[in-house]
Design a protein around this ligand. Structure first.
Ligand code: AMP
Length: 303
């Protein structure tokens, strides 16, 4: 099982072509839904009194929500952002922490022995706190976002020191490391302790750092992009879900399997961006994913 902790949000997303207000989003939402195609996924997080019941029911139907708390007095985490004409560059208009502020995360008893934990985008101090509540996870991966790098850079680094893997996008890696070159950024993050780092470059794919190697992996080409929100979180859920589904002993004995998992991460990211919010993710099946994987492998001459 994949256990995901992080933000569950109401997102207002503005593109030059359309705006959607207060739709279901959040890093943990995307990651758990995406991972659930490959392994059972559970979601830990908090929402507020304004969180629509229909969103809650949708989540309950797709993932294990024993760890989902509803606050009776505070509002749900809210994120408002706009994308440029290229649907690649995002500007944050507003981040309202609401229920996330001062949240003391708990791990339901049933999840305490989870082996695979994804710390999605969230307050890094809370991520560190919740990590201590798991017995002995074998694979812990985290992500972060500009807001937390600006607000709590030292805590972001402490969190990364305690994980096996870091997934981060290119702009955030540069901001975090204060370095222009992504190879240098990846190596710097590796030097803090994780066994691997994945730097996401949007439509251009990812750089995967492990040991002394840097593997470039191209993205799957997508023509009709609607809303890039959640691409990174869906990548992470798909990557972890597929990797866990193939888990045998030590993840990093089999680098090819990790690379395969990155292909599935990229594929899940492409589905996320083809519609607003989670709309596309909840309307595809494993056959759509496998068809895209086949086409992707052909494009890359992987047979
Ligand atoms: P992504 O597009 O994959 O980078 O992630 C977008 C998701 O992250 C959105 O659905 C937001 O609700 C969520 N998000 C944005 N800012 C934050 C933040 N400061 N902390 C936690 N989650 C956030």
């Amino acid at each position: 099982m994949l256990t995901v902790f992080g933000s569950i949000a109401l997102d207002t997303t503005r593109t030059p072509f359309q705006t959607k207000e207060r739709i279901l989003g959040g890093a943990a939402t995307y990651a758990s839904l995406s991972g659930s195609f490959f392994v059972p996924a559970s979601l830990i997080g908090i929402v507020g009194y304004d969180f629509p019941q229909s969103y809650q029911t949708l989540l309950e139907n797709k993932v294990d929500t024993k760890g989902l708390i509803k606050h009776a007095e505070k509002k749900t985490f809210f994120y408002d952002s706009s994308f440029d004409y290229d649907l690649s560059h995002r500007t944050t208009n507003k981040t309202e922490l609401n229920v996330i502020e001062n949240f003391e995360p708990m791990v339901p008893m049933e999840y305490a022995n989870s082996k695979f934990v994804y710390l999605a985008n969230n307050d890094p101090d809370q991520n560190l706190k919740i990590l201590k509540k798991f017995d002995r996870p074998e694979l812990v991966v985290c992500d972060t976002i500009e807001y937390w790098i600006r607000e709590k850079k030292n805590s972001v680094i402490s969190m990364m020191e305690k994980t096996h893997g870091v997934i981060i996008n290119d702009q955030e890696a540069r901001l975090l490391c204060d370095l222009p070159n992504l190879i240098k950024c990846g190596k710097q993050i590796l030097s803090w302790g994780p066994s691997f780092v994945i730097i996401k470059k949007g439509e251009h794919g990812v750089l995967f750092f492990c040991n002394d190697d840097v593997f470039p992996i191209p993205g799957y080409p997508i023509e009709d992009i609607v809303d890039p929100t959640g691409a990174g979180d869906s990548f992470a859920g798909g990557f972890m879900g597929y990797l866990i589904s193939k888990y045998q002993k030590n993840f990093f004995d089999n680098i090819d399997m990790v690379k395969e998992s990155i292909l599935f991460g990229n594929i899940m990211g492409t589905f996320a961006i083809e519609d607003f919010g989670i709309n596309k993710l909840v309307n595809i099946g494993i056959n759509d994913i496998m068809d895209r994987n086949k086409r992707y492998r052909n494009l890359l001459s992987l047979g």
